[in-house]
Design a protein around this ligand. Structure first.
Ligand SMILES: [Zn+2]
Length: 88
């Protein structure tokens, strides 16, 4: 399975150019409980549908960025540098 991702710095490239960094998960509060920390480290929603994800352009600019992708179709709605991610 292949699809195209658009790096905010380099433009459109095959997905094989990138490394997947997992779902975007909100960081816990400053002093999380063990349960909150466990959820942050290990629990994922694994959503069927639109999901925000971390991607790493390993064969290009080596920058991390966020993409919103439909996990059922691999359609990528948008990509953005972390500082430019729109509010959910
Ligand atoms: Zn890049």
């Amino acid at each position: 399975m292949s699809f195209v991702l658009s790096c905010p710095n380099c433009g459109a490239r095959e997905v094989t150019d990138f490394g997947y960094g997992g779902e975007v998960v909100p960081r816990p509060r400053q002093r999380p409980s063990f349960r909150e920390l466990n959820e942050y480290n290990y629990f994922r929603r694994n959503r069927a549908g639109l999901q925000r994800e971390w991607w790493f352009h390993r064969s290009g600019c080596r920058e991390w960025f966020v993409a919103e992708r439909d996990t059922t179709t691999n359609e990528v709605r948008w990509t953005a540098l972390p500082s430019e991610v729109p509010a959910p």
